[in-house]
Design a protein around this ligand. Structure first.
Ligand code: ADP
Length: 744
């Protein structure tokens, strides 16, 4: 009785185990899991049938229980075969086999149940154990072997399939087949043991539960996990980085192919004293870091040629899911190419910097070389304009002036361009009245427009603020570029300029400048490159029109510098409109009122000195005689007392004799140059209170700051403009010696 009780108990435990398995598998939505759960459910029926066998009280009840048991084995095998086929990715195969196998299983099951009537598969006989307890066992008829075949042929087929798959599949998948195969063999072996051992009760059913557990373990944890470790191993071996893993005792547990190839790492002998990791760890520790990244240079010599390899080696700790340290790892990244690339970039940058500084020097020299003769040309031409009376000569002279000014414009453009490129263009905001700005723009260009028979209209919103704060010089430059282009590229019709302000808050506004012309227009395909440096549209067609292709590029950069914006609307043959908006501060928001053009421009050739200073005494120093002549001539009408010196030494001697009111000193002279002369004069304590003005043809970046730092009171760039020269002198000469002339 005890045997039966233990047996029933174990069967119950097996059922409970299967129920747990079924619960665990509930969330597994994979198709093969469905078949495994069917197999397990059928196994429950088989185990229950087995319990009924143990509890049978006569041959009929034992017969019914055995029939249920044998036929449920059929359906376990059916479900198991389906599971195996699906699991090994033979779904199409399993679909084809499903129907014939099911028919065979149904025939076998029906035949087993008919055994109750015909006894043709097995018969029941009674036997007793040593303590006299009755057991019902089965004896087999020949047809039983059909039942066995129905069970074992599909099993054998599945076994064969697994073995075949095992050899054919990639090594990393092999493990999954080995796992399931072992379980199947385990079940078959137990079944054979039962059949040959002649036990009183069939104990093999409980192993269905064990087998189910093993299969479940295989598909849910063991197989994916081993798959993962195999795949991770294979992936890291194919990595372009090195990976070396250490356990907590610093024993090397893994090194991928990269590490082995580059650093001869052998897992058995590799440790923290081996290179390159020894250097990495020691360097990090010397800097007080436990982990981190180190740049390691590996010198390799091959065929007598020594090369450097660069690696970034990261040393980190390895942690488990709970964050506990379980070892450490080194990740080795080859940065040789990056380092080479960076060096190349650095070299290219050095070359570019050198070229750029050569360009700046060249620009400085070119500016100097062009401005010096231009100074003489424009200066002497000014003298002709002031003195000539013959209208023909005055016309020629006027042409010299306008060509000279055009040349000066080009030089200024090139200089502006280089200033912007070197980020040396500063914004110098001042308060200004927009009408003044517009009048200047009118005066600069109205003659140019008249010369081409074009109308030139300037309008302005009466209600815009009367005083704005911003860099009016840069705005004037922007407007000049756009207006001169508009006139340049217009043959008939004319140019209109409109200025207004967007309605913004009390303190800030956007100055809106629209410049429209009825000129040749710009093709839409050229609009994108319009603002690129040195780009001219229709170069061939416009070659008669003077230009460098720098104007719009400078304009756009200046606008960007002031956080503004420019857009172009244009249609070829109709005209163009350039719309500019520049943020400005509002200083006085009272409405500006009507704009009236006072033509401030006196006829060019009518010169009138702005002051007289007969008692003032100045010194002009320049090594080029013609420059001295020009400046002296320009200042003739001011009645200033002028001394000239053609070199630094002569100037120093003169300074020993006289105390000048102002000294005008050329920069580039044979030794001593302007700066050296200035230093000598100051250090000898001569004319210490006299303002010194630097005369220079070098209008390059940052010179104003440089001269101011040296102690010069002002600087004038060549070609010297008469008005600017006089203004500087009015500012610097002692006020009591200057008598301003009334404007005419
Ligand atoms: P450029 O010194 O050649 O005038 P810009 O940079 O000022 O150089 O202008 C670039 C090109 O844009 C010019 O060559 C011209 O073809 C075109 N362009 C500029 N303004 C106008 C305009 N108002 N109408 C037609 N074309 C223009």
């Amino acid at each position: 009785m005890l045997t039966k009780t233990i047996y029933i108990l174990v069967d119950c435990i097996a059922i409970i185990n299967i129920l747990f398995l079924l619960k665990a598998m509930k969330n597994n939505s994979e198709y093969f899991a469905k078949w495994l759960s069917y197999a397990l459910k059928t196994a429950i029926v088989a185990i229950l049938a087995n319990i009924f066998v143990a509890c049978s009280f006569n041959k009929i009840s034992a017969g019914i229980s055995y029939s249920l048991y044998f036929s449920s084995i059929d359906w376990i095998i059916y479900c198991l075969t389906a599971f195996c086929l699906v699991y090994t990715n033979h779904r199409r195969f399993s679909k084809r086999l499903a129907m014939p196998t099911m028919i065979i299983m149904v025939i076998d099951s029906v035949s087993i149940f008919l055994n109750l009537l015909f006894d043709h598969v097995f018969y029941i006989f009674e036997t007793k154990d040593a303590s006299g307890v009755t057991f019902y066992r089965t004896g087999f008829r020949p047809l039983y072997y059909f039942h066995l075949a129905v069970d074992y042929i599909p099993l054998a087929f599945v076994l064969f399939l697994f073995i075949y798959r095992m050899f054919k599949s990639y090594s990393m998948y092999r493990i999954k087949y080995i796992g399931i195969l072992s379980v199947l063999i385990f079940v078959i072996v137990l079944n054979i043991i039962y059949m040959t051992a002649g036990l009183l009760l069939d104990a093999s059913v409980i192993f269905y539960s064990v087998a189910g557990t093993l299969v479940y373990f295989c598909i849910s944890t063991f197989v994916p996990r081993s798959l993962m470790s195999v795949s991770v191993g294979s992936a890291t071996d194919n990595m372009n980085e090195g990976l070396i893993l250490f356990d907590l005792n610093n024993n090397c547990i893994y090194a991928n192919t990269f590490s082995k190839e580059r650093f001869d790492v052998d897992e058995k002998t590799y440790n923290f004293k081996s290179e390159p990791i020894a250097t990495v760890v020691n360097t990090l520790r010397s800097k007080g870091h436990e982990y981190g990244t180190h740049h390691y240079i590996h010198t390799v010599s091959s065929n007598g040629v020594i090369t450097e390899e660069h690696y970034n080696i990261r040393y980190s700790e390895l942690t488990d899911k709970k964050g506990r340290t379980i070892g450490s790892y080194f990740l080795i990244e080859d940065t040789t190419e990056d380092v080479r690339y960076l060096r190349e970039i650095q070299e290219a940058k050095n070359i570019a910097d050198a070229a750029n500084s050569a360009k700046s020097t060249f620009l400085a020299n070119m500016s100097h070389e062009i401005r010096t003769p231009l100074n003489s040309i424009l200066g002497l031409n000014e003298m002709i304009l002031r003195t000539a009376e013959d209208p023909q000569i005055m016309e020629y002279s006027e042409s010299i002036r306008s060509s000279g000014n055009a040349l000066l414009g080009i030089i200024n453009d090139i200089l502006d361009f280089s200033k912007i490129e070197a980020n040396k263009m500063d914004i110098r905001p001042t308060d200004y009245n927009p009408h003044d700005l517009l009048r200047e723009c009118y005066n600069y260009f109205h003659q140019m427009a008249e010369g081409k028979d074009l109308y030139y209209k300037i309008t302005c919103d009466e209600n815009m603020p009367s005083v704005l704060n911003g860099d009016n010089n840069l705005i004037r430059q922007i407007m000049s570029n756009l207006i001169s282009n508009a006139i340049k590229y217009t043959k008939t019709g004319g140019v209109s300029v409109n200025v207004s302000c967007s309605k913004s808050n009390e303190k800030n506004t956007d100055l809106l400048i629209n410049i429209s012309d009825t000129g040749i227009g710009i093709d839409s395909k050229d609009i994108d490159t319009l603002f690129d440096s040195f780009m001219r549209v229709d170069e061939k067609e416009n070659y008669t029109i003077q230009g460098t292709g720098l104007g719009l590029s400078i304009t756009k950069d200046l606008i960007k510098l002031m956080n503004g914006n420019i857009i172009v609307e244009s249609s070829p043959g109709v005209g163009s409109t350039f719309r500019v908006s520049i943020p400005q501060k509002v200083k006085d928001k009272t409405p500006l009122g009507k704009f009236r053009i006072h033509d401030d421009k006196k006829p060019e050739h009518v010169y009138r000195e702005s002051f007289h200073a007969p008692t003032a005494h100045i010194l002009i120093v320049d090594d080029i005689k013609v420059n001295l002549t020009v400046i002296k001539a320009l200042l003739k009408k001011t009645e200033l007392k002028i001394d000239t010196a053609s070199g630094g030494d002569e100037a120093i001697e003169l300074c020993k004799k006289y105390r000048y009111d102002v000294i005008l000193l050329d920069h580039r002279m044979p030794a001593p140059d302007g700066i050296e002369t200035f230093v000598s004069i100051s250090s000898e304590g001569l004319n210490t209170l006299t303002p010194v003005v630097m005369l220079t043809a070098n209008a390059l970046i940052g010179m104003d700051v440089e001269y101011a730092e040296l102690g010069f009171s002002a600087y004038l760039t060549k070609p010297i403009q008469s008005a600017e020269l006089e203004k500087t002198l009015i500012d610097l000469l002692p006020a009591e010696k200057v008598e301003l002339t009334e404007p005419e």
